[in-house]
Ligand binder design. Sequence first.
Ligand code: SF4
Ligand code: SF4
Length: 181
Amino acid sequence: MTDSIKRQSIDSDRFDPDFVDRVVDAGADRIKTCIQCGTCSSVCPSGRRTAFRTRELMRKAILGLKDEVLSSPDLWLCSTCLTCLERCPRQIKVTDAIIIMRNMAVQEGYMLPQHKKVSQKLLDTGHAVPLDDANQEMRKELGLDEVPETVHSHRKALKDVQKLMDITGFKKLIERQGREE
Ligand code: SF4
Ligand code: SF4
């Protein structure tokens, strides 16, 4: 005799019924029409090399599994190539939905350590890429000025960059994530 099938259920406190509406309001207006056809997953170049499944992400978002979606590193595996958006039979702006959820994730404190480091570098120096000896050497080999015409050569502009980051709220956002050493 075969074992009986066990009924599985998800704790109700894992659902946020308003989550998908916030994603819709932010611009992914057709997301609720998803028919789970899986076309997005099948054309996704990131999914070919990782465990990332676009269809699954869409399903979880529609179900309202907010924390699961926002805390998942999978959210960051999309390369925003737009292929799924072009192929979705429901014309759902899949890539936009992912970007919207990324923004929500950062607002809620879920930021990848690598992104924190780059953001802090931008905040501290005005640049995401440090100008180290190797970079300067490479620039010289390419016939470029060793120090580019940016905040690196205009140190006073750093204050302006930091002011902009302050006004736009970017600084507060990064500081809220805590420093990444
Ligand atoms: S391609 Fe569109 S309809 Fe199909 S699963 Fe992906 S988001 Fe849903
Ligand atoms: S936009 Fe992102 S989710 Fe869509 S196919 Fe490209 S990598 Fe995959």
